[in-house]
Design a protein around this ligand. Structure first.
Ligand code: FE
Length: 240
C-alpha cells in the first residue's frame, strides 16, 4: 500500500533552475536539487522531459540553480513553476544576472546561486537526472531558505504536474491533506482551490489588488477570472 501523502514527509528546498541555448533563456521552479559529491562539488537536478528547460539544458549542457528565500512573492513560483517558457518570457519579469557561464542566474527572492556544467545524465523515464559540476557558488543574502514543507503548509501550493513529486490533488483531498478551513461560511460561500497549483480563493479576502473586493463569492467572479498564481481558468477550481 502506498499512502501518497507519505511523500510530503520527504524534506526539500525550492529552487529556480535556469539555462540558455542560442539566446533562448528558460527556467523552472523545482524542489529536486541536491549536492551529490564534495570533491569535485556536484549538484543533481531531476528535470521533466516535457519542460522546455530540459531541452535547453540538454543542448547547452549547463544550468544555474538559485535557492529561493522563505519570504517571497509566490507569483515567482507561479510563473516559473506553472507556466511554460515556450509561451512566456519568465526573465522579463524577474531580476537575474548573466553568470560566468553565460547563462541566466535568477537573483530575485533568492539567497544563493550555483552555476553548473553537466557532467552526466541519467534517463529516468519521465525525467532526466542531470548531474552538474559546480563552477560558481555565490551567496546572495542571509535570509532563510524556503523549504518544501513551508511551501505546502504556509503558501498552500501544490507541486506542478511536471514535478517529480507531483501528487494528484484529488488524492490529496481524499487523504484530507488539504483540510477545509473554518473560514468558509454561508455568508460568502465556500473557498475554492485551484487544482493546478493549489491556490485557494477565499471569498472573505477576495483579491483587492485585482479589484475583487472582500466578500465576493467564487460564483460571482467574472467568467474570465484566472488563478493569480498559474493563470488557470475558473473551471479548474474545486469547492473546498
Ligand atoms: Fe492555480
Amino acid at each position: 500500500m502506498i499512502d501518497v501523502t507519505t511523500f510530503h514527509k520527504l524534506s526539500y528546498g525550492l529552487y529556480l533552475i535556469s539555462s540558455e541555448f542560442e539566446g533562448k533563456k528558460s527556467g523552472y521552479a523545482g524542489n529536486t536539487g541536491f549536492q551529490v559529491t564534495a570533491e569535485p562539488s556536484t549538484i543533481a537536478i531531476s528535470c521533466n522531459k516535457d519542460n522546455y528547460t530540459c531541452t535547453i539544458i540538454e543542448k547547452s549542457r549547463m544550468f544555474s540553480l538559485s535557492v529561493l528565500q522563505k519570504d517571497l512573492d509566490v507569483s515567482i513560483i507561479g510563473d516559473f513553476g506553472f507556466k511554460s517558457g515556450r509561451h512566456i518570457d519568465k526573465f522579463e519579469k524577474y531580476e537575474f544576472k548573466t553568470g560566468s557561464l553565460g547563462i541566466p542566474v535568477v537573483t530575485q527572492n533568492c539567497i544563493a546561486a550555483f552555476e553548473c556544467k553537466v557532467i552526466n545524465q541519467v534517463d529516468c523515464g519521465t525525467h532526466i537526472l542531470f548531474i552538474g559540476e559546480v563552477i560558481t557558488a555565490e551567496k546572495l543574502s542571509n535570509e532563510p531558505p524556503l523549504t518544501y514543507d513551508y511551501y505546502h503548509s504556509q503558501y498552500k501550493m501544490l507541486a506542478p504536474k511536471n514535478a517529480p513529486t507531483y501528487i494528484d490533488p484529488d488524492k490529496l483531498l481524499d487523504e484530507n491533506e488539504k483540510q477545509p478551513t473554518d473560514k468558509s461560511d454561508d455568508e460568502y460561500g465556500d473557498e475554492h482551490i485551484c487544482i493546478i497549483c493549489g491556490y485557494t480563493y477565499d471569498p472573505e479576502i477576495g483579491e483587492p489588488d485585482k479589484g475583487i473586493m472582500p466578500g465576493t463569492k467564487f460564483e460571482d467572479l467574472p467568467d474570465d477570472y484566472t488563478c493569480p498564481i498559474c493563470s488557470a481558468g475558473k473551471d479548474m477550481f474545486k469547492e473546498l
